[in-house]
Design a protein around this ligand. Structure first.
Ligand SMILES: [Fe+2]
Length: 319
């Protein structure tokens, strides 16, 4: 079994640039996931984010989660639970407009740290998009522009904790899904594992590693690359011991951005075989995704294609 790809970003500045770019290309083509080290976000800062997130969970979220579990009788379930996840979460939106000041129970210092965290991750996301452009032979800035819409990208952070679970075989921390958006940057617990991705029919652990940032690609990058890169199914297995922290930041297209395969990446053969991914407004994709997150992505792409076909054929049919 090949090893999970770990990319040392510092090596982009030296003699090993070419090898590193190839590692990124291989990870994008064959894994949809990779783990970044030496990514330029200071380790002490990540320690602060981690400490404040864990403190906040203990102070404001843990008791609430326990009450929810008790009210639903989840400790004693006997059959697989398919309609909920064993997770405690809240969501911060950064772009186009921040909602951090409106989120209840956060103290001012934590708000400030998460604003700064978002700024650093936004920069890293845009740098990564340009590395992807380089590997794909797209002009610099192509992906950023493709995501821009009229108000810039949508960027947000899902802060999650996965508490210890007595029945991890019956309730998933988070059920299997692919991410809908663009590029995802995950700062995860360095001790408690649980994140897995599906590769060649096997679930593989994404190894916890101190101060690393895990990257994965969402459905929109699969569409823009016309399938050269793929969003990959992943899930969280709850653990019987320990609470796993997961801070996932989603750098996504703006709601009115029009998403479609980059023309230079659509091969003639794909065109002839009608294997071209659809063109749609990102917001429409998200509306569809909301109800189908835990189902396969292919029917979502097909549904968008059907809408596109209707729109395209409309005038012909009425002529
Ligand atoms: Fe995800």
């Amino acid at each position: 079994m090949e090893n999970f790809p770990i990319i040392n970003l510092e090596k982009l500045n030296g003699e090993e640039r070419k090898t590193t770019m190839e590692q990124i290309k291989d990870a994008c083509e064959n894994w949809g996931f990779f783990e970044l080290v030496n990514h330029s976000i200071p380790h002490e800062f990540l320690d602060t984010v981690e400490k404040m997130t864990k403190d906040h969970y203990r102070k404001c979220m843990e008791q609430r989660f326990k009450e929810l579990v008790a009210s639903k009788g989840l400790e004693a379930v006997q059959a697989e639970v398919n309609d909920m996840d064993w997770e405690s979460t809240f969501f911060l939106r950064h772009l186009p407009v921040s909602n951090i000041s409106e989120i209840p129970d956060l103290d001012d210092e934590y708000r400030k740290v998460m604003r700064e965290f978002a700024k650093q991750l936004e920069k890293l996301a845009e740098e990564l998009l340009d590395l992807l452009c380089e590997n794909l032979g797209l002009e610099k800035g192509y992906l950023k522009k493709a995501f821009y819409g009229s108000k810039g990208p949508t960027f947000g952070t899902k802060v999650s904790n996965y508490p210890p679970c007595p029945k991890p075989d019956l309730i998933k921390g988070l059920r299997a899904h692919t991410d809908a958006g663009g590029i995802i940057l995950l700062f995860q617990d360095d001790k408690v594992s649980g994140l897995q991705l599906l590769k060649d029919g096997h679930w593989i652990d994404v190894p916890p590693m101190r101060h690393s940032i895990v990257i994965n690609l969402g459905d929109q990058l699969e569409v823009i690359t016309n399938g050269k890169y793929k969003s990959v199914l992943h899930r969280v297995i709850a653990q019987t011991d320990g609470t796993r922290m997961s801070i996932a930041s989603f750098y996504n297209p703006g709601s009115d951005a029009v998403i479609y395969p980059a023309p230079t990446l659509v091969e003639k053969e794909a065109e002839e075989k009608n294997q071209v991914y659809p063109k749609f407004v990102f917001e429409d994709y998200m509306k569809l995704y909301a109800g189908l997150k835990f189902q396969a992505k292919e029917p979502r792409f097909e549904a968008m294609k059907a809408v596109e076909t209707t729109v395209t054929l409309g005038p012909i049919a009425t002529a």
